[in-house]
Write a protein that binds this ligand. Structure first.
Ligand SMILES: NC(=O)C1=CN([C@@H]2O[C@H](COP(=O)(O)OP(=O)(O)OC[C@H]3O[C@@H](n4cnc5c(N)ncnc54)[C@H](OP(=O)(O)O)[C@@H]3O)[C@@H](O)[C@H]2O)[C@H](O)CC1
Ligand SMILES: [K+]
Length: 529
């Protein structure tokens, strides 16, 4: 499902006006009326004590005025008040016209002043029409006071028009303050910023309302600025064994993960790779762990790396990289996953870099392998073509030599910067995981929940993506399909149990695959009733 930026939405509106002579007044009328229909779908039957429509200085405010008018027509006995943050004399064109209509109809209008703060009684339906796609700077002064008042309303329902006010609809940033809505009714197309963190938490359930864009007349009218991953999109790429397949043709994965101190990371990565359809999983393990592998996951084939003769505790050394590269060729591996639980010693860092440099196949770079790359980032600039990097915000910060908080502020921009710098596919984990290619394709994942913030969850994702790669999917498609399935598994599991272990994720994965295959799943955040 295509996503759009604020800038393109504005261009699209201009184009509709110029090419089809659809007047902007009509678009605003369509917007307001269709939003009222969506509000009714959400629940007007709840007998709200009153309705507060908070209007700002631009066209988003104008939409609010149309909404107030239609609610007034449909529910004449319901007290509706328009709160205007801004000077009515400076309202432009369509907003000014709708302001005049509301005045003439006699809908109460109150101007909001700093000395006259807003407060809402319990049981108020609050329509947030302060700012939409035209937000151009941080929210301050009276606008900040209004947003705080909306967020402090008790036992009320907050419905945001187009965008929760204070959200940058292109990048998903919080511009100083933002409305925390229960529902967001977005117009025409889903704005890209709504589905990524941090904005995503402010949107509640997202609904899409039509404003009369003739999409079917011009399928190419909207530029490619990102898409929301959907079950329909990933269905053709799910694991599928051909009739004449064998374990090699299905796909062999090399896993370089785990160490004596962090065995679980390797086990989880291997398990996830098998559960997502790999024909054979090879684990490059060490002599101390080899017996454990046989008992824990008997299906795993281990490549036992040579013993460290002079040290008490086994550790990864650079020459082990040659052994892994040899095994990749011998075992006909088609992808590699490297990183989870490898440790952060200098010898493991050298080892990791050597594997990535020499490996005959490409794959997923995660966890300790990301940190090894970050230490030597200038060397790796532009050298990771075909590799998939799966950082969380902290790892991303190290890779870009920036603070984790600056990454969190604008996750899409950071993901694009990483893909550009290393020429790699980026998977920035977190709420609304982002997948970006060096060519600038941007995919946002709608699945997943906070239960995924558990040890080993990233190892499972690494195993899934590497497995899909081994099964012949492209790096971008493997990442997109992998993140969707990983999140969906957690969402489906949550219905059964509030507590999720990473090993549950790996075991439950085939169920998520089946649900997508059988078309039994609807997107959780976009309600297209
Ligand atoms: N795109 C469509 O097809 C349709 C969109 N509709 C609705 O219109 C808004 C977008 O309207 P727009 O007027 O462009 O923008 P806003 O209403 O969001 O706000 C613009 C005004 O707000 C001022 N502004 C911006 N940021 C701040 C701030 N932080 N503090 C104070 N004031 C701010 C801005 O001033 P400038 O100086 O920046 O110009 C403007 O005055 C869209 O979201 C839809 O709801 C339609 O009605 C239907 C068609
Ligand atoms: K709004």
């Amino acid at each position: 499902m295509k996503l759009i930026t604020s800038e393109s939405m504005q261009k699209l509106e201009k184009r509709l006006v110029e090419s089809y002579r659809i007047p902007t007044q009509l678009l605003m009328e369509n917007a307001g009326r269709n939003i009222v229909e969506k509000i009714e779908g959400i629940g007007m039957e709840k007998s709200w004590k009153q309705v507060a429509v908070i209007c700002g200085p631009g066209n988003n405010g104008g939409d609010g005025l149309v909404i107030a008018r239609h609610l007034n027509l449909r529910y004449p006995s319901l007290p509706i008040t328009i709160f205007l943050a801004g000077n009515p004399e400076r309202l432009k064109n369509d907003s000014a016209l709708n302001y005049e209509i509301c005045q003439r109809i006699g809908i109460p209008i109150q101007r909001v002043f700093p000395e006259n703060p807003l407060g809402f009684e319990p049981g108020t339906l609050i329509i947030d029409s302060l700012f939409g796609t035209g937000l151009s700077k941080n929210v301050e002064g009276i606008f900040q006071v209004v947003i705080d008042a909306i967020n402090e309303a008790k036992q009320s329902m907050i419905i945001a028009v187009d965008v929760p006010s204070g959200i940058d609809a292109t990048w998903g940033k919080i511009m100083g303050r933002a409305v925390k809505a229960h529902h967001t009714i977005t117009l025409g197309m889903i704005k890209r910023g709504l589905v990524v963190a941090p904005a995503r938490e402010y949107c509640g359930t997202i609904h899409l309302a039509d404003i009369g864009i003739p999409f079917d007349r011009e399928p190419g009218i909207v530029p490619q600025e990102g898409f929301l991953i959907t079950p329909d999109f990933i269905r053709p790429f799910l694991p599928e064994k051909a009739f004449l397949s064998n374990k090699i043709s299905t796909g062999v994965v090399m896993i370089v993960a785990g160490s004596p101190a962090m065995t679980g990371a390797g086990l989880l990565t291997c398990q996830a790779a098998y559960r997502s359809g790999a024909g054979m999983v090879i684990w490059a393990t060490n002599p101390q762990l080899a017996p454990l592998v046989k008992t824990s996951i008997p299906e795993v084939v281990s490549t036992i790396l040579s013993d460290n003769k002079n040290s008490f505790q086994w550790e990864y050394l650079p020459h082990h990289a040659d052994e892994i590269c040899k095994a990749i060729l011998q075992r006909k591996c088609r992808s590699i996953a490297i990183g989870p639980g490898l440790g952060s010693s200098w010898s493991s860092k050298y080892f990791i870099e050597k594997v990535i440099e020499k490996s005959p196949v490409k794959g997923v770079i995660d966890a300790d392998a990301l940190n090894a790359i970050a230490v030597n980032r200038e060397f790796w600039k532009n050298r990771l073509q075909g590799w998939i990097l799966t950082p969380h915000e902290g790892e991303m910060g190290r890779l870009l030599n920036r603070s984790a908080s600056s990454i969190a502020e604008n996750r899409i921009a950071a993901s694009c910067a990483l893909s550009q710098y290393f020429n790699c596919i980026t998977v920035l984990k977190g709420p609304g995981t982002i997948v970006v290619s060096p060519q600038g394709e941007i995919a946002i994942n709608p699945t997943g929940n906070p239960n995924l913030a558990t040890a080993g969850s990233g190892d499972v994702l690494t195993g899934i993506i590497a497995s899909l790669l081994a099964q012949g999917r492209s790096p971008f498609i493997s990442a997109v399909t992998g993140v969707f399935l990983h999140g969906l598994t957690a969402d489906l599991y949550q219905k059964q149990s509030p507590q999720l272990l990473a090993s549950d994720l790996a075991s439950y994965l085939p169920y998520a695959i089946k649900v997508v295959k059988n078309c039994e799943y609807r997107l959780p955040i976009v309600d297209r009733d």
